[in-house]
Ligand binder design. Structure first.
Ligand SMILES: Cc1cc2nc3c(=O)[nH]c(=O)nc-3n(C[C@H](O)[C@H](O)[C@H](O)COP(=O)(O)OP(=O)(O)OC[C@H]3O[C@@H](n4cnc5c(N)ncnc54)[C@H](O)[C@@H]3O)c2cc1C
Length: 667
């Protein structure tokens, strides 16, 4: 266990995946009937993997903590999914998607994995269309595309602002077909609390039935962890409230290395924080940057007047506005990658130009787009004499057709009409690029334990480009794991069912029960949320959009102290052997309190700035991220050794043979 062999196949980049598929072991259809696979998580990654395994003939058990796979966090995805189909004829190709993704990740991802992702991206769209996913179409009936940040082509397929929901309906339908056939047994409202290892291989899980509180043992020949990302350790984020790190973290505690924990994506276009009692942040999709222009006032006095409610943004003349992204990055403008856009917003707000009461907001303005679309509509409708008001009305209709649900959401939350006055936005935690370390087969350092989707670290390097998480999750589930898992399972055709009455299951169950008892018997005074909020503040202040040595060292100390306090002074109400949401939260926060420390350690160790990881000590004179390719062109993979402070760092060196590693410029 624990040797970092990424198993990248030899041969030319574009042939690696085909060659690999031709060479790895297969399990014949009759033998698949004798093999069981557990899939933890039924979002896009887990749902697509489970449906594909079952379609191939394996017996699958799926687990999720929601009451239906339909409610996975994937449902929240708004903007779209990338694929290199080149439907726009604007020069796209597998190579370009590969190139953009590696560059977007600031040259901190594996070439071979990313190329494979680009290679299968077109298949994902075909698969989803045949499932009936209603992607947007252009006037001729063909699939439409829009642009996302960090690229110069239009390759994002979308279903209004609900792409994740529609894709999840597709994956869930595919799952349901298999549930109906008896090939998938779906355990909803079940939470994986531990991984069971037998003879060095992942052979099952311990789960808690969240309705009855019962602890259950489930065995299989392989386990797939597709449990999503851990951004909720910041407390405030755009994630679903329940999103957590438990399944991945407990797998880490059993021996799976955890890669790049400090790589977090801060999304530039979220509705700003409004106060202390908030528990959730809302994303305004990146697709809005196709048409919205980002600005702040040019003069500090105007910004102050706006903050004090004495001036309206619509009263500010064009020449008094600073479209700072267009100014700093003329080639990519408002569509620079998320890390760049987020830091630029912070820079303006830190300099005093913020436009809401807290000074932490910039404008996203649709006025120009409304008038542009309106004029075009008037022309194509033969309305030669349309006045401004009419043109505006027509333009608003076009914008509504494109982004209507997002505008409605904004209005409901902020109580301002974004067609009439610019939206206010500010960066927020949105995605974690770090996750379980996996090799080319998506296998963790524990044989038989795989990881897919946001739970693994695989393809995004130090920054994820928009619309590439859905692509990666579905690539993993529909097109990678169904092949690669067979390579491991081919040795298990004669193993027979894995018993659950073994010592290994006894021990794992005992560990789980001990932890639950410890939580229930702490006679403390503070709620679980009290600790979660405190952790979130430490993370945001010291490990957020920018980090420095002093702050990271403080964070490590503060998190360790907070964790100690948690175990002594937390109060978990209710009982263990019944439905108990406070206990569920306590288990999740206990894990956040561990990964938070590792996160800060990882950020401290990485003495460079790259992608979402911005170390203040390492920046160019213009304030851009300054990488250190000589010393940090590696994946950090942490091995669990007890307390987070004892974790051991392993390095997987990244080799670039097909792409020139350059300064990452979007100018
Ligand atoms: C608001 C928002 C908008 C987004 N928009 C886009 C977009 O437009 N394009 C894009 O590419 N990406 C987008 N993303 C990112 C993308 O949605 C996610 O990265 C992706 O959906 C994650 O999918 P997943 O299957 O890996 O995990 P999830 O969808 O998070 O699913 C996790 C699953 O694991 C289960 N689970 C977790 N822990 C346990 C446990 N211990 N036991 C049992 N089950 C467990 C859950 O029940 C769930 O079924 C967006 C993200 C957000 C927050």
């Amino acid at each position: 266990m624990g040797i970092l062999d990424s198993k990248i196949p030899s041969g030319p980049l574009a042939e690696k995946w085909t060659k690999h598929k031709n060479e790895i072991d297969l399990v014949n259809p009759a033998n698949k009937r004798n093999i069981d696979i557990i899939v933890v998580g039924t979002g896009l990654a887990g749902g697509s993997a489970a449906a594909s395994f079952a379609e191939l003939g394996y017996n699958v058990k799926t687990f999720c903590y929601q009451d239906s796979p339909r409610r996975a966090h994937s449902i929240a995805a708004q903007g779209g999914i990338n694929a290199s189909k080149n439907y726009q004829g604007d020069g796209d190709s597998d190579y370009r998607l590969f190139y953009d993704t590696v560059k977007g990740g600031d040259y901190r991802s594996r070439e071979a994995n990313v190329y494979r992702l680009a290679e299968v991206s077109g298949n994902i769209i075909d698969q989803c269309v045949s499932q009936g996913v209603p992607f947007a179409r252009d006037y001729g009936g063909l699939l439409d595309n829009r642009s996302f940040g960090g690229v110069l082509v239009s390759r994002t397929f979308y279903a209004r602002g609900q792409t994740g929901q529609q894709l999840l309906l597709g994956a869930y339908s595919a799952m349901n077909r298999q549930i109906h056939r008896g090939k998938i047994k779906s355990y909803t409202r079940h939470e994986m609390l531990d991984l069971v290892i037998v003879d060095g291989k992942a052979r099952g899980i311990i789960a808690r039935n969240l309705i009855t509180g019962e602890i259950e043992r489930h065995s299989a020949h392989a386990v797939v962890i597709a449990s999503g990302g851990y951004g909720n350790l910041f407390f405030l984020s755009t994630y679903a409230m329940g999103a957590n790190v438990m399944a991945a973290w407990r797998t880490h505690r059993r021996g799976a290395f955890f890669a790049n924990p400090c790589y977090t994506q801060i999304h530039p276009t979220c509705i700003p924080v409004s106060g202390e009692h908030q528990s959730k942040l809302t994303l305004m999709s990146e697709s809005l940057r196709n048409d919205g222009r980002i600005w702040v006032p040019k003069k500090l006095d105007d910004a102050k007047a706006i903050r004090e409610g004495k001036l309206k943004p619509t009263q500010l003349k064009e020449e008094d506005r600073d479209y700072y992204l267009e100014r700093r990055y003329p080639a990519f403008g408002n569509l620079v990658p998320r890390d760049v856009a987020s830091r630029a917003a912070k820079e303006r707000c830190d300099a005093g130009y913020g436009v809401n009461k807290t000074g932490e907001a910039v404008y996203l303005d649709f006025d120009a787009a409304i008038m542009r679309y309106g004029s075009e509509k008037a022309l194509t409708s033969g309305l030669k004499d349309a006045d401004d008001a009419h043109i505006r009305k027509l333009g608003e209709e076009v914008v509504e057709a494109k982004y209507g649900n997002l505008f409605q959401m904004y209005e409901k939350i902020v109580d301002e009409n974004p067609y009439k006055t610019p939206m206010m936005i500010y960066p927020a935690v949105h995605y974690t690029m770090g996750g379980l370390w996996v090799d080319y087969n998506l296998q963790t350092t524990i044989p038989g334990c795989y990881s897919a989707g946001e739970a693994n670290f695989s393809d995004h390097g130090a920054n994820r480009l928009g619309a590439s998480a859905l692509m990666q999750g579905l690539a993993d589930g529909y097109f990678v794991l169904p092949y690669t898992i067979g390579d491991f399972l081919a040795d298990d055709i004669r193993t027979g069912p894995i018993p659950t009455d073994s010592e290994e299951f006894d021990r794992a169950e005992k560990d789980v029960l001990d932890k639950i008892n410890r939580l229930m018997s702490a006679k403390g005074v503070n709620s679980v949320d009290y600790y979660h909020k405190k952790l979130g503040k430490i993370m945001w202040n010291n490990c957020g959009m920018s980090r420095n040595e002093k702050g990271l060292k403080e964070a490590i100390k503060e998190i360790a102290a907070l964790r100690k306090d948690f175990w002594e002074n937390v109060k978990v109400t209710g009982v263990a052997n019944d439905k108990n949401q406070e206990l569920e939260k306590a288990g999740r926060v206990a894990d956040f309190l561990e990964i938070g420390e590792l996160f800060a350690m990882d950020a401290l160790e990485r003495k460079e700035s790259c992608g979402g990881h911005f170390r203040e000590e390492y920046q160019t004179p213009e304030g851009e991220a300054l990488r250190d390719d000589e010393n940090f062109k590696f994946v950090s993979a942490w091995e669990y050794k007890g307390e987070p402070k004892d974790a051991k760092l392993h390095k997987e060196n990244l080799i670039y043979e097909n792409i020139e590693v350059k300064t990452r410029s979007y100018k």
